[in-house]
Every structure is written in structure tokens, then in C-alpha cells.
Design a protein around this ligand. Structure first.
Ligand code: NAP
Length: 484
């Protein structure tokens, strides 16, 4: 795979592009065709340790850079991402499968996050604290935490990296990235871009390959002071445990089980538009996808009929093809898991109103599906669906709804459709979710803190909070200031 004339089938360690020390590689597949796009290195634990050493060596110098210089490089990086948006989007669609307009939007979001952190870099301020003692000054100062390990998922292979590389470089940290094996090219392109933006060798290192091998070294190595992870709750929990021995700071952006709630008084047109986006974007493979659609009984039948009609019109096909709204799922295991959840729901009494199985296009394509009559005990209610399946639950009262919506170990995103202002605020208080959209589903932007409650995560990405996680606070007390 080429990007700007460079072969990106290599890892970047300390400013040098190369292969794994034992020469091992793995194939990257286009989920729309099953064809091989190319091969990337399968890095060893020693390669990962070299990447950490390179990041540490770079950090000792990079942290001395004036903040204005860091901000200027980040602005250049943001501009480069925007300038090469089309090429970056096409690489993403090729390996991830999402429709090109979604890939373009994700690349634009990456540029926006990097620009946001270029601006936030200049606001990493400490405090001067009123002293209870005479002749002393008390203050806090902010310092970059050190070497950061970033592990990212395949569903948003660029923007999830932007939310980690952006604040890390803004804070003065250097990074070792381990991208998802399904989508390594969307990470490797960042290596080319950070070099073009003028970041020093070692500021960003990228190693691809076995998660266990690479993450094993990243979590074990004491030079890594922070791990920032986006992925499943299952893996996140293991990584938290693995970081305990060296007491690393961790940020975790984990799974979700978003309720999408439609009350009788909702604007139905708006709720349907919202449901289509919140459910089917990225073929339903989104952590903030609506996983459980709760519809109040007075509006239930009208909502379901409209949702089915819209779902049946969706255009399924290769993401690079014009007009396609749903691309392939990431791999066959994802297709099988989605099918299993539908089969379990049907065996429990739910009915498939449209879709329900593999798409005639074959391969990893799945029919956009609506399942009605789902109940909280079904697997489809308890697990992340991570596929293009809208599961609908009927409810009667607000009290019943709140209990059901919060009946999840996850707490990432929730959506509410209502025109009642009092209910809006009651929902804001009652819903145990880190992100809440009321009459809106496109609520994520660099200016706001993104992060889950409960088992959906620790820490925030974006907003002023997004920089905090990459900084340490030191307190200094300066005494002996009285006149002698
Ligand atoms: P995943 O299986 O947890 O993988 C995520 C990353 O962790 C990949 O780089 C993966 O590498 C690596 N990994 C896998 N097993 C590992 C292990 N034993 N030790 C260390 N690292 C390991 O998740 P995914 O399937 O890529 O992504 C989907 C999940 O991410 C969903 O649960 C979704 O909700 C969540 N997500 C959350 C957010 C958020 O902001 N909260 C955003 C996007 C996605 P390999 O690819 O090499 O296995």
C-alpha cells in the first residue's frame, strides 16, 4: 500500500521505517472483496521495546520544546490531514469497509481533533495557591507524563488515533502506537504525516502485529507511563490489570450499549432520522451506536413502520461505490456474531421485520435488519450488537424506561427523543451514561469530553479534559521568602 509515494507496509521506530526484526508479516484484507491489500510487519516484543526506547529518547528533548513550537507542528499536522483527506479516506474505506463519505468525515474529524489540541496545548496551566504560611509561595505546574502507549480499534482507525496522538504531542509526550490488525494502514499513514509536519524522530512510533506480543511489552515496560486504549471492555479490563504492576496511568474508551429512547411526545420525523444514523452508521459497528431502541407504546407502531420502510431502502455495497450507505462488516466472525444475536432473539420470541441475515452480495455484507419484540433478558439487549441490527423494545412509563435503560454494565452514550423540557432534565439526571443526546445523535466534536461511565471506560477524550490525562501535576512550595 502506498501513501504519497511511500510504501507504508513498514513500521516506524525512531524515525526509521523498517520490517519486523524476524521479518514476519501479516496480510491486510479488503472486507468488501476479501482480497489482500498488502502486508505489514508483525513486530516482536524486542521491536516494541526499541520503539519505547526511541519514544523515551525523543521525549527527553521534545518536552523541552516551547509550547508554541508544539502547537505550530500540530497545526501543520492538522492541515496535512485536511490536504490529503481524499487519499486517507480511500485507504480507510479499502481496509475498513465504511462508505467513502463516512471515511471522509472521519478524516475531517481527525484534523479537527489535532487542531483542537494544538490550541489546548497553550492552556495547560497550573495554579498559584494562597499560602497558609508566611513567606512561602505554593504553586502547581503541569508536566508531560512521558512515553504514552496508544492501542486503537478498527472501527474508527483514524479519529481514535487523533484523540490520542493529538493530546499526547500537545502535552509534550512521545508515543508508541499499536493499531488494530484489521486497519493498520490508517495508522501507518500518520507516520508519514507526522514526519512531514516536522515532529522529531521518535515522537511517534508505530508498531503493527500481535496484540498480545506488543501490548505485553507496552504494559510491562516501566518507561511507558501511560496507556490509552480504545476497544472492547473485555480487553480493556485485561490491560488495566496488566498496567497495575508498573502503576501506569490508564485511559479506557470501551464498549457501549446505548439506549435510544423515543417518548410518545417525540418529533417522529426527527426520531426516525436520528435512529437511522445512530443505528446504521459504519454498518452498526460504532461504540455509541444505539443498541437498544426503546419506544413508548403510543408511538411504537408508527415508529416501527417508518423505521422498517427506511431500512429497506438502504443501499448496501462496497464502501468506495457511489451512493452506498452500508458497507461490509469487518470480517466473517462479526457477521456470525450478529447472526447469532438475531437467532437468539428470535428463539426468545422476537420477530425479524426486515433483513435478518447475510446480504446477497455475499462475503461480509449483512442485510440492514429491524427486530421487534426484543426483551431485556435476550443477548441482543445485554451485548454490544456491533452490526446493522435495530432491536426494538416497547415501554409504557418513564419509571420503567429508566430502570431498563440503566440495566447495563455499560454507560457510554444514550439518546432521548422528547419535546418535554422537564423530562429532558429528568433524563439527564437519571441516565447513567457519559454522553447524552436529546433530539440529536451527532453530538461528538473535539470541544466536548467524550467518555463512558461504569464499564464503558475511564477518562475523557476531547474537550479541555482530553489534555489532562497526558499531564502530571507537580506541587512546589518555595519558602524563606521573608525579608532577612
Ligand atoms: P478489541 O478487540 O478490544 O481491539 C482493540 C485493540 O486492542 C486492537 O488494537 C487489538 O489488536 C487490541 N487487542 C486485542 N486483544 C488484545 C489483548 N489481549 N491485549 C492487548 N491488546 C489487545 O476491540 P475492536 O474489536 O478493535 O473494537 C471494537 C470495540 O471497541 C467495541 O467494543 C467498541 O465499543 C469499542 N470502541 C470504543 C470506543 C470508545 O470511544 N469508547 C470507540 C470505538 C470503539 P488486534 O486488532 O491486533 O487484535
Amino acid at each position: 500500500m502506498q501513501f504519497l509515494g511511500k510504501d507504508i507496509g513498514a513500521n516506524l521506530i525512531g524515525g526509521v521505517w523498517g520490517q519486523a526484526s524476524d521479518g514476519a508479516t501479516f496480510a491486510v484484507t479488503d472486507p468488501a472483496t476479501g482480497s489482500t491489500l498488502g502486508h505489514v510487519p508483525s513486530a516482536t516484543a524486542d521491536d516494541t521495546a526499541r520503539a519505547i526506547d526511541a519514544a523515551y529518547a525523543a521525549f527527553l528533548k521534545y518536552r523541552e520544546d516551547p509550547v508554541s513550537a508544539r502547537a505550530e507542528k500540530l497545526r501543520r499536522l492538522s492541515a496535512l490531514i485536511s490536504q490529503h483527506q481524499e487519499a486517507l479516506a480511500r485507504i480507510m474505506t479499502a481496509e475498513q469497509g465504511k462508505p467513502l463519505p463516512e471515511a471522509r468525515a472521519e478524516v475531517a474529524s481527525s484534523a479537527a481533533y489535532v487542531l483542537w489540541f494544538a490550541e489546548e496545548a497553550r492552556r495547560s496551566m497550573g495554579d498559584v495557591i494562597p499560602s497558609p504560611w508566611a513567606g512561602r509561595k505554593l504553586m502547581t505546574t503541569r508536566h508531560p507524563i512521558g512515553v504514552v502507549a496508544a492501542i486503537t480499534p478498527w472501527n474508527f482507525p483514524s479519529s481514535m488515533l487523533a484523540r490520542k496522538i493529538g493530546p499526547a504531542l500537545a502535552a509534550g509526550c512521545c508515543v508508541v502506537v499499536k493499531p488494530a490488525s484489521a486497519t493498520p494502514y490508517s495508522a501507518l499513514v500518520w507516520g508519514v504525516l507526522v514526519e512531514m509536519a516536522g515532529f522529531p524522530a521518535g515522537a511517534v512510533n508505530i508498531v503493527t502485529g500481535s496484540a498480545r506480543v506488543i501490548a505485553g511489552e507496552l504494559t510491562r515496560n516501566p518507561k511507558v507511563r501511560k496507556l490509552t486504549f480504545t476497544g472492547s471492555t473485555e480487553v480493556g479490563k485485561m490491560l488495566i490489570r496488566d498496567c497495575a504492576d508498573t502503576v501506569k496511568k490508564v485511559s479506557m474508551e470501551l464498549g457501549g450499549n446505548a439506549p435510544f429512547i423515543v417518548f410518545d411526545d417525540a418529533d417522529l420525523d426527527r426520531a426516525i432520522d436520528g435512529a437511522m444514523i445512530a443505528k446504521f452508521r459504519n454498518a452498526g459497528q460504532t461504540c455509541i451506536c444505539s443498541n437498544r431502541i426503546f419506544v413508548q407504546s403510543g408511538i411504537h407502531d408508527a415508529f416501527v413502520a417508518r423505521l422498517v420502510a427506511r431500512t429497506e431502502k438502504m443501499v448496501v455495497g462496497p464502501g468506495a461505490q457511489d451512493g452506498v450507505e452500508i458497507g461490509p462488516m469487518i470480517d466473517d466472525a462479526a457477521v456470525e456474531k450478529t447472526q447469532g444475536l438475531i437467532d437468539d432473539a428470535v428463539s426468545g420470541g422476537a420477530s425479524v421485520l426486515t433483513g435478518g441475515g447475510r446480504h446477497p452480495q455475499g462475503g461480509c455484507f449483512f442485510k440492514p435488519t429491524v427486530v421487534a419484540g426484543a426483551t431485556p433478558a435476550m443477548r441482543i439487549a445485554q451485548e454490544e450488537i456491533f452490526g446493522p441490527v435495530a432491536a426494538i423494545y416497547r415501554f409504557e412509563t418513564e419509571e420503567e424506561l429508566i430502570a431498563q435503560a440503566n440495566d447495563s454494565t455499560y454507560g457510554l452514550a444514550a439518546y432521548v427523543y422528547t419535546r418535554d423540557l422537564g423530562r429532558t432534565f429528568r433524563m439527564q439526571d437519571a441516565l447513567e451514561y457519559g454522553l447524552i443526546g436529546v433530539n440529536e445523535v451527532l453530538i461528538v466534536t473535539p470541544e466536548v469530553p467524550f467518555g463512558g461511565l461504569k464499564e464503558s471506560g475511564l477518562g475523557k477524550e476531547g474537550g479541555w479534559q482530553g489534555l489532562e490525562d497526558f499531564l502530571e501535576t507537580k506541587y512546589t512550595c518555595i519558602g524563606g521568602l521573608q525579608a532577612q
